[in-house]
Design a binder for this molecule. Structure first.
Ligand code: NAP
Length: 511
């Protein structure tokens, strides 16, 4: 890495993160003629969450034709729900072919980003040096920082221990006693794979998820050829998937009861996968479907029913040096402990490193006002900052790539507006931000996430949903279609330096 050139002293735009969001920003800024930018990424490659989550069985639960950039269709997806290596290869290929990688700096972590009000710039200290930028684009992701469970004794565990998003491929699971803590989206993909090789697998479930069948299938060579060569076919296919997914929105946001067909499918999935009535009862959730993310799998329930797998529903009391003790006093020995316990979603770690107009970090501002942004993208007191996958932009039903493209379109229009009007600074007004969030939270009141009788990572410690978007994705796209400068406080170009007072200009005197 020592051969890397030093960071430039300043750029017009600094993008943090090289996942789907950061890469999209880089491509669209370039297309808009904004070539003076830098993307800093703490990891060693593009891909973000798709680079990090390499656990066995990792795959996307949104169809790949939709979970991809609209401007980079891929006729070669092998499956309707593609596995992680293919998604990562797709992101790498798009990055390579778009010609933007020369402005990416890997192994470069943001340590501190502070707004310099006088210079009207962000001053960003990174692990590779300092860089100044007029705009700061935060694409650090909502699922980037693994959350380790706070369980008594876990730090004293002597076996192998790792998080699902930091899979240790050097650990051989064959014949071992493995424990998986968690039964979320990651765990249900991991469990069937681990069950195939482990000597014994204990799955620690705190809350049962709803799991519907995975209607996955492999694309034939003929289908791929048609998608590649028939004009408009792939776009039509994508559009069909998009509207199919949008049709789920009312069930999530207005009338959870209309999701009963999904509930029936999930119950049938349990019945199909698990013969034992006692185990069936243990995996049957007691809250509305959709309250937590609806999961998809054909292999999870059969894996739980396998002879070498035990579903443990007693709460974990503590972890010992070589096992897990549940509250009923039973200790189960463990060689390898896999924690699939999710991510820091409502306390985004990047917000500790970004300081706004009054020197407070974004985390401190969010602690006071709640995690909230204007249109999920801009934040009062944080001028010229654009958060991709910001507060209340997450989805329960469709592709985050669609939301990212909406936000990047807004960013590019903001930059264009600033150029045309010679604005140095744009900052969302507090009243506009409050109005946006009041409307959002009013809508949230009717959603299954808030009324469905579960607790989830969608809600913060006050029970406020700060992560999900409570409307259709086209409503989001519409709201961000153009940069609405009226909702912003702007500062024009810095005033020209005062003329020196000690040497009056003669013409003025004579005028
Ligand atoms: P998650 O959905 O937050 O699930 C975490 C699991 O760990 C839950 O079952 C939770 O139980 C359990 N847990 C947490 N702390 C615990 C503790 N102290 N003791 C016992 N159990 C504990 O995390 P995830 O599965 O990694 O998924 C996170 C998000 O990533 C998903 O919602 C999804 O957006 C995304 N994801 C997507 C895919 C995909 O296919 N596209 C795949 C994986 C992940 P409770 O339910 O009781 O809290």
């Amino acid at each position: 890495m020592s051969s890397l050139p030093p960071l430039p002293a300043s750029v017009d735009h600094l993008v943090v993160g090289a996942g789907f969001a950061g890469l999209c920003a880089a491509i669209k800024l370039t297309e808009a003629g904004e070539a003076d930018f830098l993307v800093v990424e703490k990891g060693d490659d593009v891909g973000g969450t798709w680079r990090d989550n390499t656990y066995p069985g990792a795959a996307c639960d949104v169809p790949s034709q939709l979970y991809s950039y609209s401007f980079a269709p891929n006729p070669d997806w092998s499956m309707s729900f593609s596995p992680q290596p293919e998604i990562q290869a797709y992101i790498q290929r798009v990055a390579r072919e778009s010609g933007v990688l020369d402005r990416f700096r890997f192994h470069t972590a943001v340590e501190d980003a502070a707004w310099d009000a006088e210079a009207r710039q962000w001053v960003v200290r990174t692990s590779a040096g300092e860089v100044r930028a007029q705009t700061l684009v935060v694409g650090a992701g909502g699922l980037s920082e693994p959350k380790l469970p706070a369980i008594e004794g876990i730090e004293g565990f002597r076996g192998e221990l790792f998080h699902s998003a930091r899979w240790d491929h050097d650990v051989d699971l064959a014949g071992k006693r493995v424990a998986v803590i968690g039964t979320g989206a990651s765990a249900i993909q991991i469990v069937p794979e681990v069950a195939k090789v482990a000597g014994h697998l204990d799955v620690y479930q705190r809350t049962a998820p709803w799991v519907i069948p995975r209607n996955d299938r492999r694309y034939s060579a003929l289908e791929k050829a048609a998608l590649r060569h028939v004009p408009g076919l792939q776009r039509l296919y994508r559009t069909g998937i998009y509207w199919g997914r949008e049709s789920y929105v009312p069930a999530f946001t207005m009338a959870p009861k209309i999701a009963f067909p999904a509930k029936k499918m999930a119950l049938a999935n349990i019945a199909r996968g698990i013969p034992d009535p006692e185990l069936r009862a243990k995996v049957t959730p007691h809250y509305e479907i959709g309250c937590k993310r609806i999961l998809i799998s054909n292999t999870y329930y059969p894996a739980l029913a396998a002879d070498n797998v035990e579903l443990v529903t007693d709460r974990i009391a503590r972890v010992t040096a070589d096992g897990i003790v549940t509250t009923d006093g039973v200790e189960r020995p463990v060689d390898v402990l896999i924690v699939a316990t999710g991510f820091h979603t409502t306390d985004l770690p990047i917000t500790d490193h970004v300081r706004g107009r009054d020197g407070r970090t974004m985390a401190e501002v969010f602690a006071q006002h709640g995690m909230a942004a204007y249109k999920g993208t801009t934040v009062p007191d944080f001028p010229n900052l654009f958060m991709l996958v910001g507060p209340n932009t997450g989805l329960g039903h469709s592709s985050m790539v669609f939301m990212i493209e909406s936000q990047v379109g807004y960013l590019v229009d903001a930059v264009r507006t600033m150029r045309i009007n010679s604005y140095d600074v744009v900052e969302p007004r507090r009243d506009a931000t409050d109005a946006w969030n009041a409307d959002l939270q009013r809508r949230m009141g009717r959603t299954v996430w808030n009324t469905g009788g579960c607790s989830s990572w969608y809600l913060d410690e006050h029970g406020r949903n700060t992560t999900l978007w409570p409307r259709s994705t086209f409503a989001f796209r519409g709201a961000l279609r153009s940069f609405d400068v009226a909702a912003y406080r702007v500062e024009g170009p810095a005033p020209a330096p005062e003329p020196p007072t000690q040497a009056p200009i003669r013409e003025d005197v004579n005028a």
